[in-house]
Design a protein around this ligand. Structure first.
Ligand code: ADP
Ligand code: ZN
Ligand code: ZN
Length: 749
């Protein structure tokens, strides 16, 4: 047996592993992630390294392979734990070990430590005043300037470079004073802050009166504490919007910190706003830090370093914060656990929830998940006992949930209104403008990719085999992205004969124009991909809206996530079905989640809220249950559909993505893979769907295809699909035909 060992975990060196033989007596003990002693270089220096892979194949001449000397057992480093986690990710998601390592190990690029040089008084202020008088008498102008400035500082300390620049301090002037023991020059490492321009504001913000949990919140906190001291299953909190999940998190964190353990809290990047940070800062002070995509590499590295050293104990951030190197991790919280951004779209295609659960298992930490609209996967696990389930069913302070009304856009068309804003919504907007309240108009842009529907009757072109929407290709064919089924596009609606059948075209920009024309007096802000492209773009827009510099905010899903605008009393969803027609089996789930969140934006302040959901499919259960805000009703419908059609969580599903510049080669390769799976599946347990073009069939000249493999496992979770993936990886590796095809795997469990 052989082990691949890395000796330096800086980012550039991760590719560079060295192979060693594992002596027989170490073979039963050695595991990936362990620290080992090895002879290194021509002089065989004895150094330590980390095992990243164990194999029975020698990478080069066996005769020349050196032996591992021993296992370091004394210390289990944070790196070793993260490497073991990388190994799990590598096996689970089928990435290379190197991709997995780069995901989990903090960037140890060559960023220089930041240092700060200061000049300070080495004597008391009183003595310093004496020296100042003396300097004045002797007309030592330079000394006079410096001592005066130092005496003015509270801590008697000045930044060195500032002193040089502003006070013209020179070394010749300083050294006699230092020698005489009057002054000191110090160099300290400083850590780059994560809060940027917020810092000053945060430090000055006085701690608010701590909020006291109400009965429901207390029950949930107690319940989770009990689970922690018992089975320690992941805990799922389903709490309606505005029920105060944040306070529950903060109380839990507080208790974990008291046990000298640290906490990672994941939140979607978009929710990482000033409001959130401020609430945590007020509670935990500088024990809290944040990670976000706008930090420089150096700032990022410093956050990780501070976590390793225990200067920071609560790390808040998106997906990547999961790999914060805390020495004694006690809890991982995932807020808005249903969010798509927790799923990585690049290799390794991991899901933060699954990795969090794995890391927590390895480090004996607790996982807490929270959402108003939990993912169907998580809720299913909670229902079947794999997770513990908790409820927060009331908005804090008994604020009512908004009143919701569905508007049938088919009827609007019948009545001659062809615009995107129904008469009722128009009327409601007028009222708010008159009362100086605010309005949010939400255009659901997901699923924009060319589904076809009838504006007269709501008919949507669906695949007869997969029950997902088909999309229009080249204006002439409808194609299913699961199984590849295709048919000519319709010229008239097959259900009602109307000619108003086609793709949906309006975008946020058109809506903005229309709104401005309809309400010329109103001030309108638009938030979408275009207007938020520059740095801080979305913060600026949200803050302007919060300062009431606009009456109407128009936007895509970005506007519905977690923001608190007390003066918003009306939310209009312009076309709820857009996401319903996503060619994806989760489109019903996403629609329900988006609608619930959108509706939840209204009436968070003192005034009650109202929401209008415009749609061509008013009878769909995702829309119906978002009106009543009834998660359980939605879940029951959805799980029945998943069960009927054989989709996760009622079945396991492996997606195999193929990409190539050569379309013919790609089709051939994908068909070979399908044949190979059929051959593996001797017992006919698997259902193979496709190959089919992906939703976006061609990106930058690269053709894309996908095969889905489904397994309707019963009872205990199977590893059948993992085995299929392993065999496919091997097959691809040894077949040169796949050299020009990029294959990626993705599990839906
Ligand atoms: P959620 O995240 O569940 O949507 P939040 O945590 O944002 O809800 O809470 C909603 C509002 O209620 C916030 O303004 C919060 O400050 C307030 N709140 C929640 N719980 C309490 C409490 N126990 N005491 C005082 N205010 C609370
Ligand atoms: Zn029709
Ligand atoms: Zn199909």
């Amino acid at each position: 047996m052989f082990a691949d060992v890395i000796v330096d975990i800086s980012h550039e060196k991760l590719d560079r592993s060295f192979q060693y033989r594992i002596p027989e007596h170490l073979q039963p003990k050695l595991q990936v992630g362990m620290t080992v002693w090895i002879p290194f270089g021509t002089a065989n220096r004895k150094i330590t390294g980390y095992v990243i892979n164990i194999t029975d194949k020698a990478a080069f001449d066996e005769q020349k392979t050196k032996d591992i000397l021993g296992i370091e057992t004394g210390i289990e480093t944070i790196e070793a734990r993260l490497i073991a986690l990388a190994s799990w990710i590598h096996q689970q998601y089928g990435s290379t070990m190197n991709q997995a390592l780069k995901t989990v190990l903090p960037v140890k690029a060559k960023v220089k430590e930041k240092q700060k040089k200061t000049i300070g008084l080495a004597v008391s202020k009183k003595q310093a005043e004496e020296y100042l008088k003396e300097a004045q008498k002797k007309h030592h102008k330079g000394r006079e300037r410096l001592l005066t400035a130092l005496l003015e500082e509270k801590d008697g300390r000045l930044d060195y470079s500032r002193a040089v620049k502003e006070l013209q301090v020179t070394r010749a002037m300083l050294s006699p004073l230092v020698k005489a023991g009057i002054l000191r020059v110090d160099t300290n490492r400083i850590y780059r802050g994560a809060f940027g321009e917020m810092t000053q504001d945060l430090i000055q913000s006085s701690p608010q009166n701590p909020q006291i949990p109400n009965d429901q919140q207390r029950q949930v906190i107690a319940g989770i504490r009990q689970e922690m001291s018992g089975k320690g299953r992941p805990c799922l909190i389903r709490g309606v919007t505005g029920s105060g999940k944040t306070l529950v998190y903060m109380e839990l964190i507080h208790k974990v910190l008291n046990d000298n353990r640290q906490v990672i809290m994941l939140i979607p990047e978009i929710a990482l706003t000033y409001q959130t940070v401020r609430r945590f800062y007020e509670y935990f002070g500088d024990k809290v830090s944040i990670l976000h995509s706008r930090l420089s590499q150096g700032e990022r590295y410093d956050q990780m370093e501070q976590a390793r050293q225990g200067r920071v104990q609560v790390m808040i951030g998106p997906r990547s914060a999961l790999f914060t190197p805390f020495p004694n991790l006690g809890m991982i919280i995932i807020d808005e656990e249903h969010e798509n951004s927790y799923k990585s779209e690049t290799m390794p295609r991991y899901h933060a929830r699954e990795v969090a659960i794995q890391r927590a298992k390895m480090e004996h930490a607790q996982v807490v998940l929270g959402s108003a609209t939990p993912s169907v996967d998580s809720f299913y696990k909670a229902k079947t006992g794999a997770y513990a389930l908790f409820h927060l069913s009331q908005r804090f302070g008994d604020r009512p949930l908004p009143k919701v009304e569905v508007i049938d856009l088919r009827q609007e068309l019948r009545d001659g209104n062809r615009s995107m804003i129904s008469r009722k919504l128009e009327e409601a907007i007028y009222q708010r403008l008159a009362r100086k309240e605010q309005v949010m108009l939400f255009l659901n842009r997901r699923g924009y990719a060319g589904f076809v529907s009838c504006r007269s009757c709501g008919f949507v072109a669906k695949c007869p085999h997969c029950d997902v929407s088909m999309s229009l290709h080249n204006h002439s064919r409808l194609v299913c992205h699961y199984c590849g089924y295709g048919q000519p596009a319709y010229e008239k609606c097959p259900a009602c004969g109307s000619p108003f059948i086609g793709g949906f075209k309006a975008g946020t920009q058109q809506i903005e124009k229309m709104v401005q024309k309809m309400f010329p007096q109103s001030r309108v802000l638009r938030m979408d991909f275009d207007t938020t492209r520059q740095k801080e773009g979305h913060t600026q827009i949200l803050e302007a809206f919060a300062r009431k510099e606009a009456d109407i905010l128009i936007g895509t899903q970005m506007i519905v996530k977690g923001h608190d605008f007390p003066d918003v009393t009306l939310v209009g969803v312009l076309a709820a079905d857009l996401s319903l027609n996503d060619s994806d089996y989760r489109s019903g789930e996403r629609t329900f989640q988006l609608l619930t969140q959108a509706v939840g934006r209204a009436g968070r302040g003192a005034m009650p809220g109202e929401a209008y959901i415009q749609t061509y499919q008013p009878e769909h259960y995702s829309i119906q249950s978002s009106v009543t805000q009834d998660y359980e009703a939605f879940y029951e419908e959805e799980i029945t559909y998943r069960s009927l059609m054989g989709y996760p969580p009622k079945a396991e599903m492996l997606a195999i993505f193929g990409g190539s510049l050569d379309e013919e080669l790609l089709d051939k390769g994908m068909n070979y893979l399908k044949e190979f799976i059929l051959m593996l599946d001797k017992k006919r347990q698997l259902q193979i769907v496709g190959p089919a073009p992906e939703v976006v069939g061609k990106v930058q000249d690269i053709y894309r295809r996908v095969i889905y493999v489904k397994y309707r496992g019963t009872g205990a979770k199977s590893r059948i699909l993992t085995a299929v993936k392993d065999r496919l990886e091997h097959y691809i590796e040894i077949n040169s035909g796949f050299r020009n095809i990029a294959i990626q795997f993705d599990f839906h469990v």
